[in-house]
Design a protein around this ligand. Structure first.
Ligand SMILES: O=C(O)c1ccccc1NCC(=O)[C@H](O)[C@H](O)COP(=O)(O)O
Length: 204
C-alpha cells in the first residue's frame, strides 16, 4: 500500500483532480510566509467540496496550539502537520483533538531520537519545505523499520518517485514536483505521478 499526499493545494480544481487520481491526503498550507498559504475560509471551501474519503491536512509552522486548533476548525481540516520547531507539548495539546504529523528537516541522516516525538507520523523533508529540493533518500533509513510511520517529502517528482517508494514509507508527499507554478498543480504532472505509483505497485 502506497499513500500519496499532494500538498500546497490552493485551487479547488487541483484538489478535485488529485482526489480523483487517488491521492490519500491533500495538504493546505496555513503557515505564514508560504507562497502557497491559503486563508482558512478558502481551505474550508475546498474541504467542503471534496469527497468524504480523502484526508484534509493543515500545514503549520511554529504556530501555538490555540492558533492551530482555531485554524483547523475554521478550515474544516482533519490532520495537523507541524513544520517548525514545535515542542512536544504543543503536539500533545493539538493531538488531543487531531492526529499530528511532525515534519523534520534533513541536513543529514535522520536522528533516531525523533521517533520519540509524540506524533502519529514523522515527515522527513528538505531543509526548505516546499522548495522542491531533494536530499539523499538514504538519510531516512535510521527511522525506517523503527515502527514509527515515516512520510517522505522533499523534491519528490514523478521521475524520482520510485526511489522514495522503494523505501516503502508510510506515504510520500509532494508539492513542487507536480506543479506548473507555485501553488498551481499540473494535470500532466499529477497524472504522471499516479501512473508511476501504480506501475511501482504492480511491480512491487
Ligand atoms: O509548501 C510550502 O510552501 C510549505 C511552506 C512552509 C511549510 C511547509 C510547506 N509545505 C509542506 C509540505 O508538506 C510540502 O509538500 C513538502 O515540504 C515538500 O515540498 P516539495 O519539496 O515542494 O515537494
Amino acid at each position: 500500500m502506497v499513500r500519496v499526499k499532494i500538498c500546497g493545494l490552493t485551487r479547488l480544481e487541483d484538489a478535485l483532480l488529485a482526489e480523483a487520481l487517488g491521492a490519500y491526503a491533500l495538504g493546505f498550507v496555513l503557515a505564514p510566509g508560504s507562497r502557497r498559504r491559503l486563508a482558512p475560509e478558502a481551505a474550508r471551501g475546498i474541504s467542503r467540496a471534496l469527497g468524504p474519503f480523502v484526508v484534509r491536512v493543515g500545514v503549520f509552522r511554529d504556530q501555538p496550539p490555540g492558533e492551530v486548533l482555531r485554524l483547523m476548525e475554521e478550515a474544516r481540516l482533519q490532520v495537523a502537520q507541524l513544520h517548525g520547531a514545535e515542542p512536544p507539548e504543543w503536539a500533545e495539546a493539538i493531538g488531543r483533538f487531531f492526529p499530528v504529523i511532525k515534519a523534520f528537516s534533513l541536513d543529514g541522516p535522520a536522528r533516531p531520537e525523533w521517533a520519540g516525538y509524540p506524533a502519529w507520523a514523522l515527515l522527513l523533508d528538505s531543509p526548505s519545505p516546499g522548495s522542491g529540493k531533494p536530499y539523499p533518500r538514504a538519510w531516512a533509513e535510521p527511522l525506517l523499520g523503527t515502527g514509527k510511520r515515516v512520510i517522505l517529502a522533499g523534491g519528490i517528482t514523478p521521475e524520482n518517485a520510485p526511489e522514495a517508494l522503494a523505501l516503502r514509507p508510510y506515504a510520500i508527499d509532494l508539492a513542487s514536483g507536480v506543479e506548473e507554478a507555485v501553488g498551481v498543480k499540473s494535470r500532466a504532472r499529477l497524472e504522471a505521478l499516479f501512473a508511476r505509483v501504480r506501475a511501482f505497485m504492480m511491480g512491487a
